[in-house]
Ligand binder design. Structure first.
Ligand code: GLP
Length: 258
């Protein structure tokens, strides 16, 4: 595994350039952003290129479990998609072996399709229950996913923003990356000042996510997502990137973040 560490706050262009180079060559990549400023007043970022998906999943799970062990009453920001599944499996394995205790953990997820119920097997609530929550000792009442059944978007979003605020901040936010570089359901170019909001999914995101539905027409056209502002307020952020198709797209998004 090659390992790079850079202080990024003052050198955005250099960093995005380096990120681009690494991403162009990488199919399994982790970026860890420490949002607390170091002595020089800079935010620190580490880029870890892993040899395959399995290693990326183990490293991701290691970072998440370190957070839980160091601060059992922590707030984890969690993500869906195929990328984090391996890390979730690893966490379940460690939980079953008695190595991690999630009983005091609170989790808050990035996003949910508008219109899908928690019982719908394509909803992100269903995904989180079946891929993680049902297999560990986290208390379900301490797990938050936007309410896909709330038809009033303003109400759904302000409620979720209130939950986020009441939690007092996210200790560690896990992110995947869409094929076109979207984060949660924030498409590249999304406004940075946004908190949770309702988005019209782009055709490319609808097409990309159609693989999980029985037909394209069943893919919801809207979703509730945490905004980049909320995401970037997390104390630490882990971005897991897996998949050859993601090699170039993220650059455009990252250029804006950095
Ligand atoms: C969805 C989710 C994103 C996720 C993306 C990538 O669009 N809303 O949060 O990062 O899928 O999924 P995958 O990891 O399957 O490529």
């Amino acid at each position: 595994m090659s390992f790079f560490s850079y202080s990024c706050a003052k050198r955005p262009h250099l960093l995005s350039f380096i990120l681009r180079l690494v991403m162009l060559k990488s199919e399994n990549l982790l970026t860890v952003i420490f949002n607390s400023k170091n002595k020089k007043g800079r935010v620190t970022m580490k880029i870890l290129k892993t040899k395959d998906y399995e290693q990326m999943s183990r490293v991701t799970a290691n970072i998440l479990s370190a957070q839980v062990i160091m601060k059992p009453r922590c707030v984890l920001g969690l993500a869906t998609g195929s990328t984090p599944i391996g890390a979730y499996r690893q966490l379940i394995d460690w939980y079953e072996k008695g190595d991690i205790d999630f009983s005091e953990v609170t989790s808050i997820n990035l996003d949910e399709y508008k219109g899908l119920s928690p019982e719908n097997d394509q909803s992100y609530r269903y995904f989180m229950n079946t891929n993680l929550f049902n297999h560990i000792n986290i208390k379900k009442e301490n797990t938050y996913v936007p309410d896909g059944l709330e038809t009033d978007a303003d109400r759904a979003c302000s409620r979720y923003n209130q939950i986020t605020a009441d939690l007092g901040g996210i200790d560690l936010q896990l992110l995947g990356l869409g094929n076109n570089g979207h984060i949660g359901f924030n498409e590249p170019g999304a406004a940075f000042e946004k908190e949770t909001h309702c988005v019209d999914l782009t055709q490319s995101t609808i097409n990309a996510n159609a693989r999980f539905f029985s037909s394209l027409s069943e893919v919801p056209k809207q979703a509730y997502t945490m905004g980049i502002k909320t995401i970037m307020q997390a104390k630490k952020i882990v971005v897991a990137v897996s998949g050859a198709g993601k090699a170039t797209g993220p650059f455009f998004l990252w250029r804006e973040i950095l």
